[in-house]
Design a protein around this ligand. Structure first.
Ligand code: HEM
Length: 348
């Protein structure tokens, strides 16, 4: 959809960003921002496309040193109404920038540069799959660890979460830490809307923390990760919020499967369902570990003192936080793997 006519103006956005021309960017917003009355008549899809397109300009203005809503005060009411109509925050999110953004000639981008396209392609691999993984977690949460239903869903989950490895490999192959740090990161800076500030469309807001909570993090994640997960909820879809609340206070799938394994007596044959479930969870944890190991390497480079421009990542967390999450992921993965091998050994 092109409800506010951005298609024809995309090259002008890229030109203004290349030139650091904040006045041109503000003029573009004044030209295309819809009046409140138009937003009231929009379908939900049109509100999402409108927020996506305004979002590219909001991030561009901020990157060039101005607060968009302070510069154009009428924007606040428009952003708030768009937010209210869609159940999302009053600015664009990773879902607007990636999931609800067409590919090819019409792809909404800040720079138009090939490396931005590759960075977006990397997130395009995992975002829809992780969103599917959240739905699958609902199935897993209500199944008994060891049942065939649980095993089937756990195997599908392993495949979906495996997409995180492909995402980070895409970045490693095509996006330099310098490009991320110097060119892209400034577009994701927070903007002020009224009394609140909202972060930009950060890859850190893919719903991995929602999935992680149920899989392992609610009881193995550590305070730093849980706090980050709580802070990130507002950037997700509305129907994920109650799931986050529920899975924040549950027993993780890793714990459920480990306890089920313990209940199996050494001389009792491990059921097919339980073995398949445990093995699929091991693979899921392994993918998370591989993703986080590679991701940490690139994050360290992009936020190193000689390259980075900011202390914190676009999702509001630090590299030290990533280290803590990576350590906790590795420890949980090892714990689960040990528990499975011990039982297999006991069974001879
Ligand atoms: C050059 C590319 C990248 C850099 C430099 C980078 C850097 C960072 C940093 C510093 C954080 C800490 C929290 C924050 O953002 O405030 C973070 C978090 C995160 N990033 Fe990235 N990132 C990159 C690409 C990606 C990609 C392609 C994905 C895939 C979807 C991704 C997914 C995540 C996730 C899920 C988190 C939350 C913490 C976690 O789950 O481990 N990042 N990233």
């Amino acid at each position: 959809m092109d409800p506010i006519d951005l298609d024809r103006l995309l090259p002008a956005v890229w030109q203004a960003n290349a030139a650091g021309d904040v006045r041109a960017l503000l003029s573009l917003i004044r030209e295309i921002a819809p009046p409140v009355a138009d937003v009231e008549r929009m379908s939900i899809s049109e509100t999402l496309a409108t927020m996506r397109d305004l979002g590219i300009l909001l991030g561009s203005v901020k990157r060039n040193g101005a607060e968009p809503v302070s510069e154009i005060s009428t924007l606040e009411e428009v952003l708030r109404l768009l937010a209210q109509r869609s159940g999302l925050i009053p600015r664009d999110t990773i879902h607007h920038y990636i999931r609800w953004n067409p590919t090819g000639r019409r792809e909404r981008m800040y720079t138009g540069l090939p490396m931005e396209r590759l960075l977006m392609a990397a997130v395009r691999i995992s975002l829809p799959r992780l969103s599917d993984a959240v739905d699958l977690c609902v199935v897993l949460d209500s199944a008994d660890a060891g049942d065939l239903t649980f095993a089937l869903a756990a195997n599908e989950l392993a495949a979906l979460v495996g997409a995180m490895e492909h995402s980070i490999d895409t970045v490693l192959a095509g996006v330099t830490p310098e490009f991320f740090a110097r060119t892209m990161r400034p577009f994701f800076e927070e903007i002020r809307v009224g009394d609140e500030v909202y972060l930009g469309p950060a890859a850190a807001h893919v719903p991995l923390s929602v999935v992680d909570l149920l899989v392992w993090a609610c009881d193995h994640g550590g305070d730093e990760y849980l706090e980050f997960a709580d802070d990130s909820v507002v950037y997700g879809l509305e129907h994920w919020k109650p799931l986050h609340g529920k899975w924040r206070r549950t027993t993780s799938l890793v714990t459920r499967v480990t306890e089920e394994l313990k209940r199996c007596l050494p001389d009792e044959t491990l059921s097919l369902g339980l073995y398949a479930s445990a093995e699929a969870l091991c693979r899921t944890m392994r993918s998370l570990m591989v993703f986080r190991g590679k991701h940490l390497t690139i994050a360290r480079k992009a936020y190193a003192a000689d390259i980075g421009l900011y202390e914190l990542g676009s999702g509001g967390g630090s590299v030290a936080m990533l280290e803590a999450i990576t350590d906790a992921t590795r420890a949980t993965s090892t714990l689960l793997r040990r528990s499975v091998t011990t039982h297999l050994k006991d069974l001879g």
